[in-house]
Design a protein. Structure first.
Length: 311
């Protein structure tokens, strides 16, 4: 099966009241764990590649690994650029075979964000590629994204209609209280998402697919496993899974996961080394790490889909 865009995925997700899992990839084991889980759950899938992942693994290696996953699983897979911040990186990914790109112009003024996003949309649509834009800024640190709490801002629902109309984007990432990284809330602070903003955006853009970034749940069992085996991650807090399911029942058609994948892999590897200090073969510790990622992704897909699969 060839790579697909997210258009049909989002249409079915919106109508069905569920969300597509969008998982960041960096190496073979992560790709295998994600795609094996999606195959078992019969779930549509978005594999995301950040600028940092392209720098780490190289574009060609990641694309060949994803090509292998297509052949191995037969899944409908969309390959998406996560947080492209310039026209040049979006163009490079479009020319390099991606079927979806995100242009994040949220660090610009509203007018400049529109102009940059429109430039990417024009280039992408002419080549059959879809585009995700962003309004509002998420706090936190993850890969190349680093936004302080002071610079973060909720999406203004009054701007979404003009932005979508003038840019022609196919989906829109909004800021309603999620954040990047493993420290999304302060100790003692109750996790909270602005569902009132999401509801108003949905009212203004009926039927239009919305995206949540920074949506890892920072699963406590992984944090505990890391800390129990030499890690130091106090006060790591994420987005409760019931909140993500609620968002998926509304206009959110794509939920991004990166930190939870990192935590699942790191927790497994730390535990393996503690239990097997004599091991030095990467296959010995990467095999259970891959299995841990697969289990995590299955858990996420069931939550986002609200059933055992909708592909």
């Amino acid at each position: 099966m060839p790579l697909v865009t997210s258009t049909e995925m989002f249409k079915k997700a919106y109508e069905g009241g569920y969300a597509i899992g969008a998982f960041n990839v960096n190496n073979m084991e992560i790709i295998q764990g994600i795609t094996e889980a999606a195959k078992e759950e019969r779930a549509p899938l978005i594999l995301q590649v950040s600028a940092g992942a392209r720098k780490y693994a190289k574009h060609v290696y990641l694309m060949k690994l994803i090509e292998a996953a297509l052949e191995d699983t037969g899944l409908p897979i969309c390959v998406h650029l996560d947080h492209g911040d310039t026209f040049e990186i979006c163009k490079s990914c479009i020319d390099g075979g991606f079927t979806s790109v995100m242009i994040d112009g949220s660090h610009h003024s509203f007018e400049d964000n529109i102009a940059l996003t429109r430039q990417v949309v024009d280039y992408a649509h002419a080549r059959g590629v879809v585009v995700e834009g962003e309004l509002g800024r998420l706090a936190g640190i993850e890969d190349a994204v680093n936004v302080s709490a002071e610079d973060a801002s909720y999406t203004n629902p009054a701007e979404v209609e003009e932005f979508v109309q003038k840019t022609g984007v196919d989906s829109l990432a909004i800021a309603i209280g999620t954040s990047h990284g493993a420290y999304k809330f302060k100790p003692g602070q109750k996790p909270r998402l602005r569902f009132d903003i999401l509801e108003e955006v949905q009212r203004r853009l009926p039927g239009f697919p919305i995206v949540l970034h920074g949506a890892s749940s920072v699963i406590p069992e992984f944090v505990e496993m890391i800390n129990a085996h030499g890690g130091q991650m106090p006060d790591a807090i994420g987005i409760p899974e019931d909140m993500l399911r609620q968002a998926a029942k509304m206009a959110v058609c794509k939920i991004n996961i990166d930190s939870d994948l990192r935590l699942a892999m790191t927790a497994s590897i730390r535990r393996h080394f503690a239990e097997h200090p004599d091991h030095f073969d990467p296959r010995q510790y990467l095999t259970p790490a891959r299995a841990n990622i697969k289990g995590l992704v299955q858990r996420k897909l069931k939550n986002f889909l609200g059933c055992d699969g909708k592909a």
